[in-house]
Design a binder for this molecule. Structure first.
Ligand code: SF4
Length: 80
């Protein structure tokens, strides 16, 4: 899944998005609440918060390599 705001895009690989433990971790670590969890336990991207990203990398550190990507849309989609 991918959600783009104006400056930031968040992409979560489909398989990772269905991992309830990962969803809970992402929800916990992101300081600006970009990640939530659906009632089924899947990762949910909170669209209205995406541009609040402070580029802290905590979500990247909490996820398996490549499962989560933070894209700087203002830098030609450069990956954080
Ligand atoms: S880099 Fe930090 S602020 Fe941005 S989505 Fe990941 S945890 Fe949230």
């Amino acid at each position: 899944m991918r959600t783009d705001a104006l400056f930031i895009g968040i992409e979560v690989a489909d398989e990772a998005a269905r991992d309830a433990q990962l969803a809970a971790r992402l929800e916990e670590v992101c300081p600006v609440d970009i990640y939530g969890q659906t009632p089924e336990g899947d990762v949910q991207i909170v669209e209205g918060n995406v541009d609040e990203c402070v580029l802290c990398r905590l979500c990247l550190d909490a996820a398996p390599a490549g499962a989560v990507r933070v894209l700087k849309l203002y830098e030609d989609d450069a990956e954080l």
